[in-house]
Design a protein around this ligand. Structure first.
Ligand SMILES: C[S@@+](CC[C@H](N)C(=O)[O-])C[C@H]1O[C@@H](n2cnc3c(N)ncnc32)[C@H](O)[C@@H]1O
Length: 324
C-alpha cells in the first residue's frame, strides 16, 4: 500500500462509542490536515517535547528490563576502541546507558534527523557525540564504513511505503566490513490486547490498536516488513542473521500500556498543533477510556523483536553473501 495522501480516505472504521456513529478514522481525527502539513516537511508522528522524551526514556528502561541486554550478547563488545552508532537516537538514552558499561576507549555517535531531543552537550561524556543525519539518505562520507556496531530501534514511524531498505542500506553503509547491525522493533504481527482476568475489558484498547497500531493511517499504513526483517537482512548479504522475539513479563504490561498511552497523547497534541483540536479532543477522550480499561486489567501486549546480522568482510550490497 502506498503512503496515504490527503485525498486518500482510510478504510479503517473507528468504533461508534466515540460519538455514537461509525465514521472513518481520517475524518474523525482530522488527519487530512496533519497529512498536508507532513507532506510539506520531514514526517514524524510522535512528539519531540519533554513528554515525548520522557516516554522514550521510560520505554528504553522497559525494553532493557525485559530483554536483559542493550547490545545483543552475540555481538562482541570486549574490544578496545570500538565505534558504535545509534541511528534515530532520539534522546540518546541507549548510548548514555551503554557508555557507562563499555571501556572509555569506545566511541559512541548518536545520529538523528532532528537534534530536538539530544542530551545537553556539556553533560555528555567526552566519548559520546550527537549529530544531525537523515537515515533516508546516504550517510555523510566521513561516517561511511566507520562503525563496528550500528544499532537502531523503533523505526516503525519512520519507514515509508512498507520498505525499510533505504534505512537498511544507510546502516550497512555506516558499518565497517565485519561490523554488526542490531535493529529492534515491536513485532506488529504479534501485537494484541489481553486482560489480566477473563472478564477484564479490552474493547477500547483493541480499537485504539486497530486505529493507531498495525494499520496506522497517518504515515505508516503497513508494517509487514517487521516480521520479514531477518529475511531482508539476508537478502542484503548479511551473515549470521538471527531474530529474537521476547514477550514482556505480565508484571510489566501495565507499565508498557501506560507508556504507549502517552504516545497516543503525543498524537493528540499533533492534532492541536495543526489546528485540529476537535480531533485531538476526541482522541484524548478515547485515550481516557482506554486508561479506564487498563485500570480494570486490560493491557497492550507487544512482542519485542531484535534482529542481528553481520556485514561480510567482503561486501557487495544486495548481492548475497560473499565471504566472512
Ligand atoms: C520512536 S523514536 C525512537 C528513538 C530511539 N531510537 C529510542 O529507541 O529511544 C524514532 C526516532 O527516529 C528519528 N527519525 C525520524 N526520521 C528520521 C530520519 N529520516 N533519519 C534519522 N532519524 C529519524 C526521530 O527523530 C526519533 O528520534
Amino acid at each position: 500500500m502506498d503512503r496515504p495522501t490527503a485525498g486518500d480516505k482510510a478504510t479503517l472504521i473507528c468504533p461508534s462509542y466515540v460519538d455514537g456513529t461509525d465514521t472513518d478514522y481520517y475524518t474523525l481525527f482530522g488527519l487530512e490536515a496533519i497529512m498536508e502539513r507532513l507532506d510539506g516537511g520531514i514526517r514524524y508522528d510522535l512528539g519531540r517535547d519533554f513528554l515525548g522524551s520522557a516516554r522514550l526514556n521510560l520505554q528504553h528502561y522497559l525494553w532493557k528490563d525485559t530483554l536483559n541486554y542493550d547490545i545483543h550478547p552475540s555481538i562482541p563488545v570486549a574490544h578496545d576502541h570500538l565505534r558504535i552508532a545509534d541511528v534515530g537516537t532520539g534522546t540518546g538514552i541507549f548510548l548514555l546507558g551503554l557508555c557507562r558499561r563499555l571501556p572509555p576507549s569506545t566511541s559512541f555517535q548518536g545520529l538523528d534527523v532532528s537534534a530536538d531531543q539530544f542530551p545537553n552537550a556539556e553533560w555528555t561524556p567526552a566519548n559520546v557525540s550527537f549529530r544531525k543525519v537523515d537515515a533516508m539518505q546516504d550517510p555523510p562520507a566521513d561516517l561511511q564504513g566507520k562503525f563496528d556496531i550500528v544499532h537502531l530501534r523503533l523505526f516503525t514511524c519512520v519507514v515509508e511505503n512498507d520498505d525499510p531498505l533505504p534505512i537498511l542500506s544507510h546502516c550497512l553503509s555506516l558499518l565497517k566490513p565485519g561490523g554488526y547491525l542490531q535493529w529492534d522493533e515491536y513485532d506488529s504481527g504479534t501485537t494484541g490486547v489481553i486482560g489480566s482476568t477473563p472478564g477484564a475489558p479490552t474493547q477500547l484498547l483493541n480499537s485504539m490498536l486497530q486505529a493507531m497500531g498495525s494499520n496506522r493511517p497517518l504515515s505508516f499504513p503497513d508494517n509487514s516488513w517487521i516480521p520479514r526483517l531477518d529475511d531482508l537482512f539476508r537478502a542484503q548479504g548479511m551473515q549470521s542473521v538471527q531474530k529474537i522475539s521476547t514477550r514482556p513479563p505480565p508484571e510489566l504490561l501495565k507499565a508498557y500500556t501506560e507508556m504507549l498511552l502517552v504516545a497516543h497523547l503525543e498524537h493528540a497534541s499533533l492534532h492541536d498543533a495543526d489546528g485540529a483540536s476537535v480531533g485531538g479532543d476526541r482522541l484524548r477522550k478515547l485515550i481516557g477510556q482506554g486508561a479506564e480499561e487498563m485500570k480494570k486489567g486490560g493491557a497492550f501486549n507487544h512482542m519485542l523483536q531484535v534482529v542481528v546480522g553481520r556485514k561480510p568482510c567482503v561486501f557487495s550490497e544486495g548481492s548475497g553473501e560473499k565471504s566472512s
